[in-house]
Design a protein around this ligand. Sequence first.
Ligand SMILES: Cc1cc2nc3c(=O)[nH]c(=O)nc-3n(C[C@H](O)[C@H](O)[C@H](O)COP(=O)(O)OP(=O)(O)OC[C@H]3O[C@@H](n4cnc5c(N)ncnc54)[C@H](O)[C@@H]3O)c2cc1C
Length: 374
Amino acid sequence: MLKIAVIGAGVAGLSVANLLARAGHDVCIFERNQSIREIGAGIQISPNGFCVLKELDLSEGIILNSLCNNSILICDYQDGDRLIQFNQKSVLGNKNFRLIHRADLINLLYQSAIKNKVSFNLGCTADAQLLSDQYSFVIAADGAHSKTRYLLNPYQNNSKRSDYFAWRSIVPNQIDHHNGVRITVAPKKHIVSYPVRSREQLNLVLIQEADNDEIFEWGMNENPKKIRNVFSEFGGDLKDTLGYIETVQKWGLSSHDIPFNWARKNIFLIGDALHPMLPFLAQGANAALEDAFILAKLIASNDPSGVADKYVDIRKPRLIRLIKQIKNNAWKFHLENSFLRSCAHTGLHFLDKTFPQSAGLPFRWLYNYDITNL
Ligand SMILES: Cc1cc2nc3c(=O)[nH]c(=O)nc-3n(C[C@H](O)[C@H](O)[C@H](O)COP(=O)(O)OP(=O)(O)OC[C@H]3O[C@@H](n4cnc5c(N)ncnc54)[C@H](O)[C@@H]3O)c2cc1C
């Protein structure tokens, strides 16, 4: 039995702690907040993340608390006209692609950690270097602004600028939103919407590309009027939906190059601490679940130096491919040039009428990957 410290009680920290505790280790999570909490927002759990939750025996709880993402609908912003809609099931088989409230996901992971006898040190800002002398392994799941990433990579450019802002809000579901994710695209902006909690609420993620010199630690409250103003050119039923926003939080998005050092001695990076990414493919938490699974598996069967090499070998090619795909999506979603936009939209209309499922095919490598089968 190893003594293992985990820094951070987000999706990454809670999942890796659960997996290690189930393998019989003595795991303690250090969380700087006084309680385990999540902001009011939704999260998409794609099949590649779901298979790790299944491994934690959480599939039933997740399914009970979530909706199935039946299809993806892409719309134009002006009148909300449909560009293409494709069914997920025909591409993914019967795999689970779920839409859940973040607080429900975190609560399920937290309850499971309690059951698995993970101990918690809440209200404690931890220092990986200090912990590394006291524990066999220290897993830093300390999020996008990870101090441990800087500790392990002091010479790497840590610029946090991303030139994207995101706002997140949950509103009452007063429109006829389909059971799935809708992406409404505009020049330099897009809105992602999907129902959560028995379709009673709609989760909104609003993204704007703009110079961003401000660094935000985490969510800051924003005036809803400002949002309605920034997204005022969006028509269709989204316009009404923006009218229901009462509370909304702003985020300066971070994305870094994958750091050179993923581990030092017995300290390991995981989740956003390792790879903060733009939310253009809804994969940050899913990738964190994959990291958690593989790191827990390697720790159970190896010495720290062997763990580090294998961890990088297994995760790096997939993460590099993912980040490339995210950049590609960022460009496509925010097309500014009117000629290019019109060509792209004509292409999507054509696909919608002929073979809409083909739009989902390029993502099979991502969603159909089951890390628990490695
Ligand atoms: C707008 C938006 C939408 C998104 N939608 C999706 C989606 O649909 N699907 C998806 O998969 N991903 C999505 N993501 C990404 C996803 O939210 C993150 O990748 C994921 O939550 C990261 O989890 P984490 O555990 O690595 O980090 P975090 O959730 O940030 O957790 C880090 C924890 O560490 C704690 N901490 C930090 N430093 C210390 C310290 N020194 N000592 C103790 N505790 C510390 C923090 O308090 C925090 O609790 C989205 C992101 C954004 C911005």
